[in-house]
Ligand binder design. Sequence first.
Ligand code: DCS
Length: 281
Amino acid sequence: GTILVNDQFLDRVNGTVDIEDRGYQFGDGVYEVVRVYGGKMFTAEEHLTRLFESAEKIFLKLPFTLEELTARLEKLMDDNQLDTGIIYLQVTRGASSRQHHFPQEQNAVLTAYTKEVARPVKDMSAGVKAITTPDVRWLRCDIKSLNLLGNLLAKQEAVSKGGFEAILHRDETVTEGSSSNIFIISNNTMYTHPATNLILNGITRREILKHCANIGLQVAERPFTLDELKNADEAFMASTTAEVMPLTSINDELIANGAPGNWTRKLQEAFETGVEKECGA
Ligand SMILES: Cc1ncc(COP(=O)(O)O)c(CN[C@@H]2CONC2=O)c1O
């Protein structure tokens, strides 16, 4: 397959990164995962705009415009004949001799590749299990950075316990998932953590908030506790790859009757309509 390195389209085997690339050595970079349905990027502008916002927050100047980046990703998708899957892209501060502070010369390195990834239809229908674990990450979770060790350790804990996602909490307050945002619905109102420095403001999260109004679901963008999570009528997670994913149990305790809730189903349908509208898939 073809990959993108800066403005070069290379065969995958020729993709190389300098051993002193700051993304490789320090995680000094930002990334995005864009979903593709029927050969069309979904919410590309939102994702790529967020990439620029993340880069700005780490004082990384991107050596291309949003339009140039979009055109390169379109070509990458076409070269690989991507139908349903993802485009993974990241930008690092480039290679320079190892020092913590920024080098004078910043030659940012963009890399991107495509991957066929089927939609998680079975899991979206049946729902998945989650565990909870303390959120020990830093306080700039709003930046979609390559610093993912906190996320990886949490996800690994979930998977080692047979779970799909780890729900993170600071003291008793739920923040988000290791690679998703978390929502509950109780008494016909949806709750989710506000978009502060403690969570990544997910693109899927923003799509869901838009759909709530259309389906008549009240929204309270306020933090909720582990107790509220356990006693919720419905719970779900959302991300580019998981879409709207019902949560049926937390630490092996059922949420309500253990079946995906009605409001969650309505949001799945609304999300699906949005995909069809934008990607015609
Ligand atoms: C920590 C975290 N929170 C929330 C989200 C949801 O954001 P989006 O709705 O914009 O996807 C992600 C997505 N992480 C990407 C999405 O898929 N895989 C990832 O690593 C994430 O890593």
